[in-house]
Design a protein around this ligand. Structure first.
Ligand code: FE2
Ligand code: FE2
Length: 298
């Protein structure tokens, strides 16, 4: 494997190619507005989902799955919201829609797209759980930020497939992800994901979380929120939920715990064991949801 030296023109070329990125489908942007707005009603969510037949069919399939074991047939989105709960249906709709934008991804030998989505949803669930525990106002946003934190990898896999395969190969041979990205593309999946989020006009807190999720202490604001997603990401790795294409991680940077301490957020390293148990319980509930998303690959 020839390691290329970073070519600054590549950064520019990538930036320009990003202009060709998919635009956010209307259904996803409306879904994000609903997530953003605490006054969203069950009726408006049901209306939005019902306007998309495919999404409706998938949500009903999930609602009627053995996992939920509801004795009667759930035939409408409204009824699904009653049975599964408002937040579950909202987050399910958002995840399925985002996934749709990046359908038809090719696997590379060391990057399994299904397992990537499992990692993303796992991080969404872990981040929401942590946010609910420590700063509840942002729990829904934490799910979205967790879901999208590594979206740059999907972009790289889709639009810069050769380079991405090379990065993954270097990581599998022991390079750090940071070094491999710097070496091959001169930028990072975090930066690429942030470009996408900005293009999609996602809230700044989401684009900044994507940008700084490996180094929350470098963010100008919302450090606790970003560190929450970093910790959610770490919990997924500790619990082997999905696979983001990263090699094993040796502990969490001490600066993450400092962010929590400085803001008096009551979480510290000794809590990790309990957090893993809580997260696994929470993640189990999403099992059917994950398999439904993976079904869509066919
Ligand atoms: Fe990442
Ligand atoms: Fe990740």
């Amino acid at each position: 494997m020839v390691k290329r030296k970073t070519d600054p023109y590549r950064i520019k070329r990538i930036t320009e190619s990003i202009i060709g990125l998919p635009t956010l489908p209307t259904i996803v942007s409306k879904m994000l507005e609903l997530v953003d707005n605490p006054r969203t009603s069950a009726a408006s969510l049901a209306r939005l989902i019902s306007s998309d037949q495919t999404l409706t069919a998938r949500i009903l399939k999930l609602a009627n799955s053995a996992y939920y074991g509801f004795p009667r047939e759930i035939s409408t989105v409204n009824m699904a919201i009653v049975v599964l709960g408002f937040n579950t249906v909202k987050e399910m709709g958002l995840s399925l829609s985002v996934f749709d934008v990046f359908r038809n991804q090719e696997n590379v030998s060391v990057f399994d797209v299904s397992r990537f989505w499992e990692h993303s949803i796992g991080c969404g669930i872990a981040s929401r759980m942590l946010a609910r525990n420590y700063h509840s106002r942002n729990a829904s946003e934490a799910f979205v930020a967790g879901l999208l934190h590594d979206i740059g990898k999907i972009i790289l896999n889709q639009y810069f497939h050769g380079e991405f395969a090379q990065i993954m190969d270097m990581v599998s041979k022991g390079d750090t992800l940071d070094d491999a990205e710097e070496m091959v593309i001169g930028t990072s999946h975090a930066q690429v994901g942030c470009w996408l989020a900005e293009r999609w006009n996602l809230p700044e807190i989401i684009s900044q979380t994507i940008l700084c999720h490996h180094h929350p202490w470098t963010a100008k604001k919302d450090n606790v929120f970003i560190a929450t997603v970093t910790l959610g990401d770490y919990l997924c790795h500790l619990c082997n939920i999905g696979n983001s294409g990263r090699a094993s991680i040796n502990g969490l940077d001490a600066r993450i715990w400092e962010i929590f301490q400085n803001e008096k957020v009551p979480v510290d390293e000794p809590d990790l064991a309990n957090l893993q148990t809580d997260f696994l319980l929470e993640f189990d509930k999403a099992d059917t949801f994950i398999s439904l998303i993976q079904d869509q690959k066919q």
